[in-house]
Design a protein. Structure first.
Ligand code: MEV
Length: 309
């Protein structure tokens, strides 16, 4: 009479936004963003209990449209009515920080519903349903966040192509910092689309260069060249800023990381808030960068040893 479903968030190392335009991205599963959905038997109308809302499913606010739609679509697939259960969604971090929590919420909830109704869930069906939620959340998703909800290892991802697991065997640490400001993935994705209408050549060139930097970063990882990886991260951040998807808080944290020991630093994910990442040579540096980021206004930091994915 009770079932759960879980899913991971992700950190994009390189390639956010340009991945929407067919360029590659490298992303890492990030257990700090794990989501757990629980379905329990009750009598009567369905209730929803999550970070933003507690109450009847039928009165859930507009900002949860991606979640409510994916629940309806999943029930259609399962041929089950919308009644006699409660839905509780728990997240280990606040939503909308560019860590893929919207895709993870969808995937965890789809899994929980399939478990509750004791139906087998294929990966293709999970992807199809998660994508419905992502289209509402982001407008034009590349599919990267959806792919990451089911991946236990880092991925080299190109939209529409087979997903390639990829080992981040580079001797370095990643420091992730949360600006505390809600990210705006949908707005950021839309603003690049608008920019590409207004200045097609400059926008296409920036997107293409971001793709080139991601491929160079992949090579730097494979050849264990962390200093070069840091340089590519810095260049990527400048281009993302040029494309209008950074903001004051992200730029401040990037500057604080670089003023400490970071080999490189950039925003991660949708941008305009959310999180940034910094690359550190060793654990002592990572600790120093983390302290500097907290001092510069980050509300939370995580340290991730690369290669232990
Ligand atoms: C969002 O986590 C990543 C973006 O590249 C959008 C997408 O890939 O769908 C900004």
């Amino acid at each position: 009479m009770k079932a759960t479903g879980t899913a991971n968030g992700k950190i994009i190392l390189m390639g956010e936004h340009s991945v929407v335009y067919g360029e590659p991205a490298v992303a890492i599963p990030f257990p700090a963003t794990s989501i757990e959905t629980t379905i329990k038997k009750i009598t009567g109308p369905v209730t929803l209990d999550c970070f933003f809302y507690h109450g009847p499913f039928s009165q859930a606010p507009e900002r949860l449209l991606n979640v409510t739609t994916v629940i309806m679509k999943t029930l259609e697939k399962l041929q089950q009515p919308l009644e006699n259960f409660s839905i509780t969604i728990k997240s280990t971090i606040p939503a909308e920080r560019g860590m893929g929590s919207s895709a993870a919420v969808a995937a965890a909830t789809i899994r929980a519903l399939f478990n509750y109704f004791k139906k087998e869930l294929t990966t293709a069906c999970l992807m199809e349903l998660t994508d419905i939620s992502e289209k509402i959340a982001h407008g034009n998703p590349s599919g990267l966040d959806t792919a990451m909800t089911s991946s236990q290892s880092p991925l080299f991802f190109i939209k529409g192509q087979p997903i390639i697991p990829f080992s981040l065997n580079v001797s370095a640490y990643l420091v992730v910092a949360d600006t505390g400001v809600t990210g705006q993935t949908k707005e950021a994705v839309n603003s690049i689309a608008l920019l590409s209408q207004r200045s097609p050549e400059k926008t296409t060139a920036a997107i293409h260069t971001l793709g080139k930097l991601t491929r160079q970063a992949k090579l730097a990882i494979e050849q264990n060249r962390p200093a070069d990886l840091g340089v590519y991260m810095n260049e990527a951040h400048h281009l993302l800023d040029f494309l209008g998807v950074s903001n004051k808080e992200l730029n401040q944290l990037v500057a604080a990381a670089l003023a400490t020991d970071a080999l490189g630093a950039k925003l991660t994910g949708g941008g305009r808030g959310g999180c940034m990442i910094a690359l550190a040579d060793n654990k002592t540096s990572a600790d120093r960068i983390s302290a500097a980021l907290l001092k510069a206004g980050a509300v939370n930091t995580w340290i991730h040893k690369m290669g232990e994915d």
